[in-house]
Every structure is written in C-alpha cells, then in structure tokens.
Write a protein that binds this ligand. Structure first.
Ligand code: SF4
Length: 375
C-alpha cells in the first residue's frame, strides 16, 4: 500500500463540541466512567468509500467518542468512467472535516491489478472480486491500525446489501483471512451480528449501534438526516469492476496479456475496442479528448494509425498485426472518420519507437463486419 503523497494529507476535522472520552481498555467489573486521569480516547480505523453507508459508520463511531482515522482506498478501477453517481468521485477530506475524524488516501496499484486477475475467492457477476478486495483493503487497514495503536477496524457494510461480499459467511471469511476475527465492527448491522471484541470490552456501546439489513436505504436516509448529512452519492453498484461492458474488456485484456499495468487498465476506459486476432488489438478514439489520451497511453512497439485525407480518426494498434492486420485496422479507422464510405482513402501508419511510416490506401470497413470484432 502507498499512503500517497500525491493525494491530500489527512484532514483533522475540528469538532464544535469536544468528543466524549471512552475507555481504551475493558471496564472494571463496576461499570461507569473512569477518572479523567485514567481515560484515553481509543483509536479505530475505518474503511471509507465515500458512499453513504461508510460515511454513516464513521459518524456513528466518531459520535461515540473514538479517535477515528478513515482510510480511503483508490485503485486503477475507480469509477470515473461509466458509473453515474458512484462514490469514487467524492472528496473524503470534506466528509472528514464535517464528521470529526481524520482521513488518509491510500493507493493500491499493481498488487490490486494482479489480485483482480486471479482472486482467491473468485469474481462476482462481473469482474468484481469483492471478497478479495475487502480482504486486501482490510489487511492494509489492519497494518495501519497496528502502526497507530488502534484497537479495531470498522466498515459501512450492511448485512444482505450486496450479494457477494455483504453476507454473513463472507464477513466471516474476510475477518478470518485478515486475521481480525472479532475486531472488525460493522456498526450499521452490528445488532444482527455476534458482538465484537470492542463491544465486549466496552469500547463501543452496542446499544448505540444499528440492525440495518438488506438493500432498502430507508434507515440510512433517516440516519443521514439525524447526522445532518445532506450531500452523498446516489447508491451505485460498486466500482468499475461491476460494470459488464468494462468487465468484458478486462477479460479480453487478461486473456491476451501476461503482464497488465495501470496504463493498460486506463486504456480500457476510453475508445472503441476491437480484437482483430489473438495477437492484435485496435483502440479507436471517439473524440479529440480520447485521441489525446490514446497518445498518452501509447508505448514503443504500438502502431499509431491516422486518417490523412479526412483527418480526425486515429487509433492505437497493440500487438503483432500479422499479414493483413494493418490493412484491417486502417479500414476500421476510416469507418469512424469522415471519409466517404464508397471510395478508398489514405491512412498513415507508424510503428512507435521504430523508423519511418507507411501509407495504406483502403476503403472503410463495413459496420456489419466490425460487430464480431468488437470487445
Ligand atoms: S465493488 Fe469494487 S471496490 Fe467494492 S468491494 Fe467489490 S471489487 Fe471492491
């Protein structure tokens, strides 16, 4: 994990009212507050996606007086493309400032991509490896908790809300594999689950936790109103890995590349993708913005194709084109340019990092011929 210096530093939010103090250790047999001199604020570490559920969980635990640090994990599969209203675009530092807790942004890079390729607990309906994803994030949260002396972890998970990771058996698997059995609290559904160690030790008052279950959001809306939370993302299905179209492209990429890097993942988020052979793939930009991004993602050894007579259409070819691969690619480029469909036109082809360029004069591809090639 990288606590990324490129991201904003943690924001310690000021609270208008000093937070109550909670015992850091199990209370003595006689309940009741310990003298001030013996009390310290217990620390807890949260996972904060920016969605309403995790916002509520953090607010619930912070309200109980714990010293909360929330970790927001970022991956190459963030939701900026294609999933409207997802939580990923939201700035957690603002939420932290409103909610009396600290936040750290953590970037999961290559290790996350490698996990997505082959998750131990499999994929969900699409390429989402939710159980392994939770295990990885909570694993890092555990390390962080140990480093700062926090007593437990907590999440905004709601029992029965998501089919893959928010089930009782999935919670058990995750807790066990993270090595935190009994030390991962889920405040929104806690009363439906076995008491955790922080509840048993008196760090958390179980009575102040909730018994929310399932997909309905009514209870969360009421809680949001109680906390005065007015801005939150609409519930979305999850990260990009839950998107069927993106998942198809990712499957194709994993099937044809031994090593997949962050840049390869970003390339999947733009353009029209065509699998022309086992060794040859084409990505055609859809507008000027995408054409610029294509240039940024291009690498030595890729082919760059550009319509000459009717400029505008460009494409990136990756792999080995074989005998007719460049010609087919050029025909596809013309299909998406302004060239007349019934006359040949020229396409400039360059091998990036190589010498010289060639010009192919071809006709635009027929739409029907493209369908089977589309990823
Ligand atoms: S939806 Fe995406 S981010 Fe959320 S648990 Fe699943 S894989 Fe992880």
């Amino acid at each position: 994990m990288r606590l990324d210096p490129a991201f904003p530093e943690p924001s310690a939010a000021a609270s208008p009212v000093p937070a109550p103090v909670i015992a850091a250790t199990a209370p003595e047999s006689t309940p009741g507050p310990a003298p001030d001199s013996q009390r310290t604020r217990a620390k807890a570490v949260a996972l904060l996606s920016g969605g309403l559920d995790s916002m509520l969980a953090v607010r619930i635990v912070a309200r109980l007086g714990l010293d909360v640090t929330a970790l927001t994990f970022m991956t190459h599969f963030g939701c900026s493309a294609g999933i409207e209203g997802s939580s990923c675009g939201h700035d957690p530092t603002k939420i932290a400032a409103e909610g009396n807790f600290k936040v750290k942004l953590c970037h999961l890079g290559q290790e996350y991509i490698d996990m997505v390729r082959k998750p131990k607990h499999g994929h969900g309906k699409n390429m989402n490896p939710c159980v392994d994803c939770r295990i990885m994030m909570l694993g890092y949260a555990k390390d962080y908790a140990e480093a700062i002396g926090a007593s437990f972890l907590f999440t905004g998970e709601v029992l029965g809300q998501r089919p893959m990771s928010q089930r009782l058996d999935a919670f058990r698997i995750v807790d066990r594999e993270v090595g935190m059995e009994g030390r991962i609290l889920r405040p929104l559904s806690a009363k439906l689950l076995k008491p955790t160690i922080p509840e048993e030790e008196g760090l958390i008052d179980r009575e102040k936790l909730y018994a929310i279950h399932g997909r309905t959001r009514k209870a969360q809306m009421e809680l949001a109103a109680e906390f005065g939370i007015k801005e939150f993302p609409t519930p979305a299905g999850g990260c990009l890995l839950t998107d069927p179209r993106f998942s198809e492209k990712l499957r194709d990429l994993f099937a044809h590349a031994d090593k997949v890097k962050g840049k390869d993942i970003h390339l999947l988020k733009i353009g029209r993708h065509f699998r022309l052979s086992e060794d040859w793939k084409l990505v055609v930009g859809r507008d000027e913005g995408e054409n610029t991004l294509l240039e940024q993602y291009a690498e030595d050894g890729d082919y760059w194709l550009e319509a000459i007579d009717h400029p505008g259409a460009v494409a990136l070819g990756r792999g080995r084109p074989g005998e007719n691969g460049l010609e087919l690619a050029a025909r596809i480029v013309l299909r998406y340019g302004k060239a007349p469909k019934d006359a040949p036109a020229r396409v400039l082809v360059r091998l990036l990092g190589g010498e010289g360029a060639s010009i192919l004069s071809v006709g635009a591809a027929e739409e029907a011929a493209l369908e089977p090639l589309r990823v």
